[in-house]
Ligand binder design. Structure first.
Ligand code: GLA
Length: 698
C-alpha cells in the first residue's frame, strides 16, 4: 500500500481540527488530559550554537603528516605509500575553531566498555557489531548528523561526509551527490559509487536483507531510485519535491556502506551462496575488516575484548594537515552496560552514556568529588521508553491463533486506553531513580525535542478501576476466579488471556520497567509474561514482528523528529517499529494511523518551518490521544568522559540525532602525551590484510 501526502486531505484535517476527527466512536470513558509539566532537573549542560559550515570543509592542504612511527616503520620500508598518496585529493578538514582544545597530539587509547556482543562485521546485512559506538567508529555514512546538536536551527541540514556535496534539480525530484574522490578503504582499495550502489541495491532494496537499523527503500521514500553516473557521482530520484528530510536518513545508521569488494564474494547476487551465508559470512574472528572509519578491528577475544587500530587510509585531517584520528587504539571491553557506567566513573574506562537511571545517584555523587577521574554532564530529557503493541492484524511475524487474538485486542482503541490507564508512570519512574529525573511520559515525541508541544501532548491519567471497567466492557473478565481475566466465550475457549512482553535482558532499565508494568497490570487482572532475551535475539525478534508487546527504548525519531522521520508512522511497509506489512506486503492501517501517515508524509515533503512545527503538534495529539504507543517514562542522560580526554565536543547530548559516540567526533579527540598511560595493547601496529591474524608491525 502506498501513501502520498495529498494536500487536499491534509487541509481537511487541519480545517476539521484534531479533536473532531480523531475519535469515530466517541466512546472513551474518561477524557484525555494534557500531560503534567516535566520537573526541572539539575546540572543540564549548555550548548553554544555554531553555523553549520564552521565544523569542517573539504580542501587540499599544502602538506600532510602522520605519526612518526608510521612513516618510519611502514612508509620508509615500502609497506605503505606516503601519507599524501593515501589521502584523497581533497580530504575532509576539521576546522580548529570548532575544536574545544585545538590541534591535538598523536597516541593514546580510548577505552570503551559495552554490554553488547558482536555477531559479526556484516552491519549492512543486519549483524550487530556489539553497539556502544563500534559500528559508528568503523563505518562512515553518506551524510553525518550527530554533531548537528550544536548547529543553529535555522541552519539545519546534514553535514557532508562520504557525500561531499550535492545539488537538487530545478523540479526538486533529482538529487545529484558527489562522493569523496580518491578516498580508500583501510586495506587501500578505492571507495567508489560501486560501494554505494551495493549498499542500496543489494542490502537496502533487496527484500532478503535487512540492514542493522532496519533501513528499507521507504526509509528514503516510496519508489525512490538511486543510480551511479560515474565512479564518484550518484543520482537519486524521489517522488516528492525537494524531500530534504531524506538527507538525514543517509547518515548513521541507514546509509553506511560496507566494502563491496569483500562483501560481494558472499552475496547471493554475485556468488553461489544463500542469504544466511551472506549475513553470517564475516564473523568477529575475521580480523582487519576493511573500514572507511577511523579504526579497524585487529583483535577479538570472545567475552573479553575487541581492539581496533587506526586506519592508515583515513580521509580526514586537521587544519595543519595531520591525518586523523589522533588516538591510535580503541578498546571495547565486553562486559555489561551497567559496568560501563561504573568503570567510567571509577576511571578504568573513558566514556559512558549514563542512560540507566539506576546508576544516576552513585555516578552523580562520585563525579562531584574533586578527585573524580571523569566529568559528568546531563543533557535534555531525550531518553524515553515505550511499550509498543504489535498493531499488524494481517500477519507480520506470522502470529499463531493466540497471538492473532492479542493483535486484534491491540488494534482496539478501548483496549489500548485501558492499558495506558493501568500504568502508574510516577511510580514506574520512581522505581528507577528518586528525584526530578524521570517524567510522566505518555508516548509521542520526547519533551526534550525542539518540536515538543506540551499542550498537544495528551494522556489518560492513572485509573486502575477505570481500566478494569473498560476491560470488562470488552468482555475481558476473570471467569474462573484465578485473579486473571479470561478471553470471552468463543475466543480461545475462554482460557486465561496471556500476553507476552518482549524485552532486552541486556539493560537493567528495560528489565525493571518490564517488571513494573507486569506488576501494575496484574492489579487490573492482566497476565503479562516476559520474554526477556539477550539484545541480539531481541533485535531479530522485533524486526521479525515476533512479539505481542515489547519494551523499546526510543529511536532518534522521537528525540529529534528530523532523524529517521519515516519511523514515526507506517509510511512504508517496513518503516514503523510496531506496525509493518504482512506477508502480502500490505499494511492494514487503522484510521488514526492513516492520519499519522498523512502528517508525517507532509512533514517530509515541506521545508516550511512553521508548517512543520504545526504538523508535529498534530502528530503529537493524534499519537497520544489514540495511544499509538504506551509511553512509560522519559529522563535525561548524562555523558561521562574521563578528564584525560581533550576536544570532547562541549555539551554533546548522549542521544539526539545519534548517540554521543558519533556526536563527540572521536576522530578529533586526543589525549595529552603525559596522560596517555601505556594502555595500548598493540603499539606501533596497523590493521593487516582482511582476514589476516592481527595487526602488522610494518
Ligand atoms: C548502545 C548503548 C548506547 C550507545 C549505543 C551506540 O545502544 O546503550 O548508549 O552506546 O549503543 O550505538
Amino acid at each position: 500500500m502506498q501513501h502520498h501526502p495529498t494536500t487536499g486531505h491534509l487541509n481537511k484535517i487541519l480545517a476539521a481540527g484534531i479533536s473532531t476527527f480523531v475519535f469515530a466512536s466517541g466512546a472513551w470513558a474518561s477524557e484525555a488530559t494534557v500531560v503534567p509539566e516535566q520537573p526541572d532537573f539539575p546540572a543540564q549542560s549548555k550548548i553554544t550554537y555554531v553555523p553549520r559550515d564552521s565544523i569542517a570543509s573539504f580542501k587540499a592542504l599544502s602538506s600532510y603528516s602522520e605519526p612518526e612511527w608510521i612513516t618510519k616503520n611502514f612508509v620508509e620500508t615500502g609497506a605503505l605509500p606516503p601519507v599524501e598518496e593515501r589521502l584523497p585529493e581533497e580530504p575532509l578538514v576539521f576546522k580548529t575553531g570548532n575544536m574545544p582544545d585545538g590541534i591535538g597530539v598523536y597516541g593514546g587509547t580510548l577505552r570503551h566498555v559495552i554490554g553488547g556482543r558482536p555477531e559479526g562485521w556484516n552491519y549492512q546485512a543486519g549483524q550487530s557489531t556489539g553497539w556502544g559506538g563500534i559500528d559508528i567508529g568503523m563505518f562512515e555514512c553518506l551524510t553525518r548528523t550527530a554533531p548537528l546538536y550544536q548547529v543553529e536551527a535555522s541552519d539545519m541540514e546534514p553535514l557532508p561526509n562520504l557525500a561531499k556535496s550535492w545539488e537538487w534539480s530545478e523540479d526538486g525530484h533529482t538529487l545529484t551527490m558527489h562522493l569523496i574522490e580518491g578516498a580508500k578503504w583501510s586495506d587501500g582499495v578505492p571507495f567508489t559509487s560501486e560501494d554505494v550502489l551495493f549498499m542500496w541495491e543489494d542490502n537496502i532494496v533487496d527484500p532478503n536483507v535487512t540492514p542493522l537499523n532496519g533501513a528499507s527503500r521507504e526509509t528514503f521514500g516510496s519508489n525512490t531510485t538511486l543510480k551511479a553516473l560515474d565512479d564518484y557521482t550518484v543520482e537519486w530520484t524521489f517522488e516528492e519535491e525537494f524531500p530534504r528530510q531524506y538527507l538525514f536518513n543517509m547518515a548513521y545508521g541507514n546509509f553506511c556502506p560496507g566494502p563491496a569488494h569483500i562483501m560481494k564474494t558472499k552475496h547471493p547476487s554475485y556468488a553461489d551462496t544463500t542469504y544466511d551465508e551472506y549475513r553470517n559470512g564475516f564473523p568477529p574472528e575475521m580480523l582487519n575488516w576493511p573500514v572507511m572509519g577511523a579504526w579497524a578491528p585487529v583483535e577479538y577475544r570472545s567475552d573479553d575484548i575487541i581492539v581496533l587500530r587506526r586506519n592508515p587510509y583515513y580521509w580526514k585531517v586537521d587544519e595543519e594537515g595531520h591525518q586523523l584520528p589522533y588516538i591510535d587504539e580503541l578498546h571495547y571491553k565486553l562486559s555489561t552496560w551497567a559496568d560501563r557506567d561504573i568503570q567510567t566513573i571509577a576511571g578504568s574506562a573513558d566514556l559512558s552514556n549514563l542512560e540507566q537511571p539506576e546508576n544516576f545517584v552513585v555516578a552523580l555523587r562520585r563525579a562531584a568529588e574533586e578527585t573524580a577521574p571523569a566529568r559528568l554532564a546531563f543533557g535534555p530529557r531525550l531518553i524515553g521508553y515505550n511499550m509498543r503493541m504489535n498493531l499488524s492484524g494481517n500477519g507480520w511475524g506470522e502470529p499463531d491463533a493466540r497471538a492473532q487474538a492479542v493483535r486484534e485486542l491491540n488494534r482496539n482503541p478501548e483496549f489500548r486506553k485501558a492499558i495506558t490507564m493501568a500504568i502508574d508512570r510516577q511510580s514506574l519512574g520512581d522505581s528507577l531513580v528518586r528525584g526530578p529525573f524521570t517524567a510522566i511520559y505518555p508516548g509521542g515525541l520526547n519533551s526534550g525535542t525542539s518540536f515538543y508541544d506540551r499542550e498537544s501532548t495528551y494522556y489518560y491519567p492513572y485509573d486502575p478501576e477505570g481500566a478494569k471497567e473498560i476491560l470488562a466492557s470488552l468482555g475481558l473478565e476473570d471467569t474462573d476466579g484465578n485473579g486473571f481475566v479470561n478471553w470471552p466465550e468463543g475466543t480461545l475457549n475462554g482460557e486465561d488471556l496471556n500476553i507476552i512482553l518482549l524485552l532486552s535482558s541486556s539493560y537493567n532499565t528495560d528489565v525493571n520497567l518490564a517488571e513494573g508494568v507486569i506488576g501494575q497490570l496484574q492489579q487490573v487482572g492482566l497476565r503479562v509474561v516476559q520474554n526477556s532475551i539477550d539484545n541480539n535475539q531481541y533485535e531479530s525478534m522485533r524486526y521479525g514482528g515476533d512479539f505481542d508487546w515489547m519494551i523499546l527504548r526510543n529511536s532518534p525519531a522521537l528525540a529529534s523528529v528530523v532523524q529517521g522521520t519515516t519511523s514515526l508512522a507506517p509510511v512504508g511497509p517496513r518503516t514503523s517499529h510496531h506496525h509493518r506489512a504482512g506477508p502480502d506486503g500490505t499494511l492494514d492501517l487503522m484510521p488514526y494511523e492513516e492520519q499519522l501517515v498523512e502528517i508525517v508524509s507532509h512533514f517530509i515533503a515541506t521545508s516550511d518551518d512553521a508548517e512543520r512545527a504545526e504538523l508535529m503538534k498534530q502528530y503529537q495529539e493524534v499519537a497520544t490521544k489514540n495511544v499509538d504507543t504506551i509511553g512509560l517514562t522519559e529522563f535525561p542522560g548524562a555523558l561521562i568522559v574521563n578528564k584525560r580526554l581533550d576536544n570532547v565536543a562541549a555539551g554533546a547530548p548522549i542521544f539526539m540525532f545519534n548517540w554521543a559516540e558519533d556526536a563527540i567526533i572521536r576522530e578529533r579527540m586526543f589525549v595529552p602525551k603525559d596522560e596517555q598511560g601505556g594502555y595500548q595493547l598493540f603499539p606501533e601496529t596497523l590493521p593487516g590484510k582482511p582476514g589476516a591474524d592481527g595487526p602488522v608491525k610494518g
